[in-house]
Design a protein around this ligand. Structure first.
Ligand code: PEP
Ligand code: MN
Length: 359
């Protein structure tokens, strides 16, 4: 149930409603940034008549929740969720661009790419230290060594770090380095992982499974929101269809559909959704034109040589061109690409000290 407060409701009146919601065994979530505070009573509580809330001072009305993802829904928050990430905003009018190699492989190559994408104007650096590979014999990532390199790249470039977690147990370690925890397509329905990410203080980039509907993606996001983490970015990364010409099929429809169903930021990954570097730019342009709040793009120093996803990775010059084109399309859409990150506001300890697991 959603409890919509009057616009002049006092903090005390809101607190009374929350107390009552919790006394029935529900968890109370407040929609932020809306003119009228909306309190979502979610979870398995006792059966309760809406009249119980209607009689409280400050309550305007109640509404039943019509979706299986109440907290992610537009009914809960008509205004977009916007949050700050190291000096820029995600989900606002400005388009953000995240980039980096699929996996962190080697110090020199990684730092070289990190510096190049920073110079091109990227807002965050992605790189996997733990890779969920389809084959157990493929490169699985450098693990802790990869995390150390990510921390070093952040110190050098000032870019916030996005990196994947593939199990709930990994979160305490990975969040020491990650500014954003990535949950990949293969783990979109790993419910213990979603719950654990919901308890983290870090924003979560949740990628749509190649086999999931939009509704399933939103229910996965709901796990994170229900566990208390409101900072979720959704990512369309292509779905599996009968078409073999590309690795996946970009569900461009999902962008306006998600923007209509949810208040959460929505970004597009044109790298995994196409699978080939030559298609990344046109599909990236389409994503921004369709209303995406950002892009996440794989970049590697050379074509086809990366240990994972080489064929779909842009080289640094291609990425610089993508940024130029993203600016032009954003402008045509009445938006702009966020200003480049200038400095990392939080001093970062050296990587080895940070992880505290090595001497
Ligand atoms: C990745 O980002 O490298 C990745 C594995 O993506 P996805 O989870 O979308 O397949
Ligand atoms: Mn990849």
């Amino acid at each position: 149930m959603l409890i919509i407060m009057r616009s002049d409701a006092t903090p005390e009146q809101i607190a009374t409603v929350i107390e009552l919601v919790e006394s029935f065994g529900f968890r109370a979530h407040i929609a932020h940034g809306v003119e009228r505070k909306v309190i979502g009573a979610v979870g398995k509580g006792q059966q309760v008549e809406r009249g119980v809330f209607l009689q409280l001072p400050g309550v305007e009305r109640t509404e039943p929740v019509s979706t299986p993802y109440p907290l992610a829904s537009r009914e809960f928050s008509r205004l977009d969720t916007i949050f700050s990430l190291n000096g820029f905003q995600v989900g606002g009018n400005e388009v953000v661009i995240f980039a980096g190699p699929c996996s962190v492989e080697n110090r020199n190559y990684f730092l070289e790419t990190a510096i190049a994408i920073k110079e091109a104007g990227a807002h965050a650096l992605q790189g996997g230290a733990y890779k969920p590979r389809s084959s157990p014999y493929s490169f699985q990532g450098l693990g802790e060594e990869g995390l150390e390199l990510l921390a070093e790249a952040r110190q050098i470039t000032g870019l916030p770090i996005i990196t994947e977690v593939i199990s709930a147990e990994q979160i305490p370690l990975v969040e020491q380095v990650a500014d954003v925890l990535q949950i990949g397509a293969r783990n979109m329905q790993n419910y213990p992982l979603l719950r654990a990410a919901g308890e983290s203080q870090r924003p979560v980039l949740l990628k749509r499974s190649m086999m999931a509907t939009v509704e399933e993606l939103l229910m996965a996001a709901e796990y994170i929101l229900a566990a208390g983490n409101p900072r979720v970015i959704l990512c369309e990364r292509g779905i599996r269809t009968f078409e073999p010409a590309t690795r996946n099929t970009t569900d461009i429809n999902a962008i306006p559909v998600l923007k209509s169903l949810t208040h959460l930021p929505v970004i597009l990954d044109p790298s995994h959704s196409t699978g080939y570097a030559e298609y990344v730019l046109p599909v990236a342009r389409a994503g921004i034109a369709a209303g995406a709040d950002g892009l996440i793009v794989e970049v590697y120093r050379s074509l086809g040589e990366a240990l994972s996803d080489g064929q779909q990775s842009l080289q640094p010059e291609g990425f610089a061109e993508l940024i130029r084109q993203a600016k032009a399309v954003s402008q045509a859409m009445g938006r702009s690409v966020a200003a480049p990150v200038t400095a990392y506001p939080v001093p970062v300890a050296p990587a080895r000290v940070l992880l505290g697991t090595r001497t």
